[in-house]
Design a protein around this ligand. Structure first.
Ligand code: SF4
Ligand code: SF4
Ligand code: SF4
Length: 249
């Protein structure tokens, strides 16, 4: 690892910048200068902390969604909002989950569902080789997909030399109630939707629900049942544009 060339400055694993060894007498001045520079102070309290995202379609060949634009839009809207519990939002542009988004209070994952189109499958096995989940088999010289084993990464779609595997446009898989730390938990699936606009609508409702229903002292994942997560989820999903919802993920 390269040694930090700016003494006193570090980057954290939540994609924030940290200034260390600051003289307390200079704090006020630093805060003023950061404000003038339009750089908000971070937050570690019971608030919405900065939204984190993987590089997405900008830089990663595995990406299914533009995670950076989505993160910037959500961060602009929600960062620093006072909450009863610390609330983190993270986005991974594919199920490789480099941001461990499902271990955050709110997680968003870019997903895609492959399907076979008419045409001659030669049974060459290229797609079998690319699928790390063993979700594709060759039977009687042609491919067979196992929807239960598929994690919707999309790796098989571009590898077929005969273009036999296609997909609908990528979708956004949203989870709620994950956490890292000593006792990690994977968030519960909330809904999978087609567009960033519907993600925005959904996150707004989830944030408002946490704000209204959660209480302090207990981490959100530990109070989901008590504050009626399932009922809330069903109520919200009903209010979303139904043609935006994708089932079966
Ligand atoms: S989560 Fe997927 S798209 Fe994002 S950086 Fe990792 S591999 Fe790339
Ligand atoms: S989308 Fe990913 S997991 Fe699903 S079949 Fe294709 S390669 Fe396998
Ligand atoms: S779907 Fe394409 S890559 Fe897979 S076995 Fe058939 S021809 Fe080969």
């Amino acid at each position: 690892m390269q040694k930090n060339s700016v003494p006193g400055f570090t980057l954290t694993n939540r994609q924030t910048a940290e200034l260390i060894h600051v003289n307390p007498a200079s704090l006020e001045l630093i805060v003023e200068e950061l404000a003038a520079n339009e750089t908000p102070l971070g937050t570690e309290k019971s608030e919405i902390v900065n939204v984190t995202a993987c590089p997405g379609t900008d830089r990663c060949k595995f990406a299914q969604i533009d995670s950076i634009s989505l993160a910037l839009a959500l961060d602009k809207k929600h960062f620093g909002k006072e909450m009863p519990v610390k609330s983190r939002i993270a986005i991974s542009a594919c199920p490789n989950s480099c941001m461990s988004e499902r271990l955050n209070e709110i997680g968003i994952t870019g997903v895609v569902r492959p399907f076979r189109v008419p045409g001659t499958c030669t049974g060459c096995g290229t797609c079998v080789h690319y699928c790390k989940e063993h979700a594709i088999r060759i039977r009687n010289g042609a491919l067979v997909m196992d929807d239960n084993a598929c994690v919707h990464c999309g790796m098989c779609i571009n590898c077929c030399p005969f273009h036999i595997i296609k997909s609908d446009p990528p979708a956004y898989h949203i989870t709620v109630g994950g956490r890292r730390g000593r006792h990690p938990k994977v968030g519960h699936h909330f809904v999978t939707v087609k567009s960033p606009e519907t993600v925005d609508l959904c996150i707004e409702k989830i944030v408002y629900w946490i704000y209204r229903r959660a209480w302090g002292d207990v981490l959100l994942p530990d109070q989901l049942d008590d504050i009626g997560f399932e009922t809330f989820r069903e109520d919200v999903v009903k209010t979303l544009p139904q043609d935006e919802i994708i089932t079966g993920y």
